[in-house]
Design a protein around this ligand. Structure first.
Ligand SMILES: N[C@@H](CCC(=O)N[C@@H](CS)C(=O)NCC(=O)O)C(=O)O
Length: 221
């Protein structure tokens, strides 16, 4: 029996983050996929916000991807995915909060604009601003190729789903959002080469993303 059970949704980027961490930690895990349009009662009981991922560990549910990932790093200490130095660790957490609170909401605004041109434009502007900020941090660090240096860590698991969705952004002509941002582009390439990032992504993710964007575009605003 596997120790970890992840309540999942195929294309969810937050679930993808936890899958990356479980793979990096070499853990076998079970996944239970649920229909987010028709959430089962048992799920609503263990997920106060009705969101995936939820990690179920010995019948104890943990929600919020960032919390799940820190827990996994504590439970399975090797390979360590957070810097040991407390200041660097705090810095890593800060950039995770930045991604959760700024970058992902901007991406979601763009992807789910539902044909609302003004909303899509607002999302695009917010993405570009956030990307410029990330690029300047990445350009200022002393070593790479990952966010906090040579080692792949929790910040990287947090940011990777942006880049696994980038092929879909290219398809819809949004590749200019990274234009001139060389450090961010190089960082994205390093993430996409990571085996855990490749394994964690949903099959046919690009096609599914494009369908989602199209479906949302057709839906009433
Ligand atoms: N802050 C949460 C966000 C999770 C999230 O938004 N998950 C989406 C799917 S990608 C979800 O479950 N949405 C269902 C809903 O909001 O009804 C995390 O990091 O775990």
């Amino acid at each position: 029996m596997t120790k970890f059970k992840l309540i999942s949704f195929d294309t969810c980027p937050y679930v993808e983050r936890s899958r990356i961490v479980l793979i990096e930690k070499g853990q076998e895990f079970e996944q239970e996929f649920i229909d987010l349009q028709n959430k089962p009662d048992w799920f609503l009981k263990i997920s106060p916000r009705g969101k995936v991922p939820v990690l179920v560990l010995d019948d104890r549910p943990i929600f919020e991807s960032s919390v799940i990932n820190e827990l996994l790093d504590e439970l399975v200490p090797e390979p360590a995915m957070f810097p040991r130095d407390p200041v660097a660790r705090a810095q890593a957490r800060s950039w995770i909060v930045y991604n959760n609170d700024v970058v992902f909401p901007a991406l979601a605004m763009h992807w789910f604009a539902r044909g609302n041109v003004e909303r899509r434009e607002k999302g695009r502007k917010a993405i570009r601003e956030a990307f410029e900020r990330l690029d300047s941090f990445l350009a200022s660090r002393e070593d790479g190729p990952f966010f906090m240096g040579e080692e792949f860590g929790l910040v990287d698991a947090n940011y990777a789903p942006i880049f696994t969705r980038w092929a879909a952004m290219r398809e819809i002509g949004e590749e200019t959002l990274v234009e001139g941002l060389d450090s961010l582009t190089a960082y994205g390439e390093a993430l996409l080469q990571r085996p855990s990032v490749q394994q964690a992504q949903a099959e046919d993710l690009t096609t599914k993303m494009l369908e989602t964007i199209k479906f949302r575009d057709g839906a009433p605003a």
